[in-house]
Design a protein around this ligand. Structure first.
Ligand code: PEP
Ligand code: MN
Length: 338
């Protein structure tokens, strides 16, 4: 249930409604927008049906949330969510965020080399997996905590934020200790225990769309995180499995405006995993920004031929520089900054 307050509602009137909701044993969630305040109510909605909240001073309307996801829905929170990282970087704002780096953390040396380049080109987040979800158990599984330390050292030197994957509820604390944003990968989008655990952390979460997940399923997964109190969630379209085999996955560009319409959470796109080939990364990155994405996640490697994972889809640093340069006019054309 959501309660939309009148534009003219005073803070006292808002408080009055909030207190009443609490008295009914329900949980209020106040979202103060520029225009008006919306109060989301969580709990047994029947209690509100018998309580005529419409007649309270300052209340414009009381409406049910029609979507299966509530905290995540735009009905619940009509304004775009914008949150700040520890260095002041705003996520979900007019300025596009760019996360770039290797697929896997391989060494401190390579991280620093790649990190310097992507930072120079304008990326604010350094990406890189220390815990890797690999299709084969015999493939490189990641450097674990050693890799997290390398990420932290490099990001501190370069004054960047880290986004890195957490795969297991048992390592959430550990990954949160070293990183600035917790990434939940496509394969774990419906690992509900992991979602809940990350929901109890203070660190923002990047939630990637599952390989065969619908937008509704993605939003319900995000709801798990928000329902545990962590509202700093970014959604990531990274391509889905279709019958098409000429690319690794099929980027669902539609998902960007659809997600933007249904939720207030920021959404970014990963054209590297989305296409699987470096030569398609640039056009799809541009398409994502034109479609309304709030950011991009891009794999960059200084020696893609020797990369331990995802070499074919990784951009050389010089190609990443070109991409960033060419993205600028696209951002400006849609009223964004880079
Ligand atoms: C990644 O970003 O490193 C990754 C493994 O991506 P995804 O979960 O989208 O496959
Ligand atoms: Mn990868």
């Amino acid at each position: 249930m959501i309660i939309v307050m009148k534009q003219s509602a005073t803070p006292e009137e808002v408080n009055h409604v909030v207190e009443k909701i609490k008295q009914l044993g329900l949980q209020p969630n106040v979202s103060k927008g520029v225009e008006r305040t919306v109060i989301g109510v969580i709990g047994d909605e029947d209690k509100i049906r018998i309580q005529p909240l419409e007649v309270y001073p300052g209340v414009e309307k009381v409406m049910p949330v029609t979507k299966p996801f509530k905290l995540v829905s735009r009905e619940f929170h009509p304004h775009d969510t914008v949150f700040e990282m520890s260095d002041g970087t705003k996520v979900g704002d007019k300025k596009i965020i760019v996360m770039a780096g290797p697929c896997s953390v391989e060494s401190q040396k390579m991280l620093l080399e790649i990190g310097k380049e992507v930072k120079k080109a304008g990326a604010t987040f350094l990406r890189g997996g220390a815990f890797k979800p690999r299709t084969s158990p015999y493939s490189f599984q990641g450097l674990g905590e050693e890799g997290l330390k390398m990420l932290r050292d490099t990001a501190d030197q370069l004054k960047m934020q880290i986004v890195t994957e957490v795969m297991d509820t048992r390592t959430v604390e550990l990954v949160a200790q070293y990183s600035d944003m917790l990434q939940i990968g496509a394969r774990n989008m419906q690992n509900f225990d992991l979602l809940k655990e990350c929901g109890m952390m203070k660190k923002p979460v990047l939630l990637k769309r599952g390989l065969s997940a619908t937008v509704t399923e993605l939003l319900l997964s995000a709801e798990y995180i928000l329902s545990k109190g962590n509202f700093k969630v970014v959604l990531c379209e990274r391509g889905i499995r279709t019958f098409e085999t000429s690319t690794r996955n099929t980027v669902d560009i539609n998902a960007i405006p659809v997600i933007k319409e249904q939720t207030h959470l920021p959404v970014i796109l990963d054209p590297s995993h989305g296409t699987g080939y470096y030569q398609y990364v640039k056009p799809i990155a541009k398409a994502a920004i034109a479609a309304g994405a709030d950011g991009l996640m891009i794999e960059v490697h200084n020696n893609p031929e020797e990369a331990v994972s995802d070499g074919p889809q990784s951009l050389l640093p010089k190609k990443f520089h070109i991409l960033m340069k060419e993205l600028k006019p696209v951002c400006h054309a849609v009223g964004r900054e880079l």
